[in-house]
Design a protein around this ligand. Structure first.
Ligand code: 4NP
Length: 165
């Protein structure tokens, strides 16, 4: 019998910086470990303002330097996402508050997590800071945190399977 895929949705405010980068980092990790068939990985934004756009050029160029090609098109999170995905991972307090507000059921709400909770090399980090109005260092910090958090998430999922536990 074919095993059910684990479905992960990364969420930030605009879906043009942090969450599409998380999607790109996670996709490359699962490919590197040869487990890409076991996952569906996507991203979305709280706001639809940038709908249809590629990631921010600054995010794309910083990611490209580390070998990530970001080609996701921005889209807003939908109530259906809360049914479709197993893990809904926000980047900061504001994303998490918005996701809790948008979740259609208690079961859906239980899928919401914080990206930095999976980080192991940045114990001080409690959120992935919004880089949109900042400089180059902000984009590199985003990638550092996402690489750490995505590896932590993947290790947890491949150790415990699709269930949280
Ligand atoms: P993101 O960054 O949430 O990491 O995609 C932002 C992108 C756009 C805006 C804010 C944050 N904005 O206000 O348009």
């Amino acid at each position: 019998m074919k095993q059910k895929k684990t479905r992960i949705l990364f969420v930030c405010l605009g879906n043009i910086c942090r969450s599409p980068a998380a999607e790109g980092v996670m996709k490359r990790l699962v490919e590197r470990e040869g487990v890409q068939e076991e996952f569906v990985i996507d991203s979305a934004g709280i706001i639809g303002y940038h709908q249809g756009e590629l990631p921010d050029p600054r995010m794309r160029s910083h990611a490209a330097r580390r070998g990530y090609l970001l080609i996701h098109r921005s889209r807003p999170v939908t109530s259906n996402d809360f049914l479709e995905f197993d893990w809904i991972i926000g980047m900061d307090d504001r994303n998490l508050d918005d996701l809790h507000r948008l979740a259609p059921t208690l079961e859906a709400e239980a899928k919401i997590c914080r990206m930095t909770d999976f980080c192991r090399h940045h114990p001080e980090a409690d959120h992935v800071p919004d880089p949109y109005y900042g400089g180059a260092a902000g984009f590199d910090l985003v990638l550092d945190l996402l690489e750490d958090g995505c590896q932590g998430l993947l290790d947890r999922l491949t150790r415990t399977g699709p269930d949280r536990g």
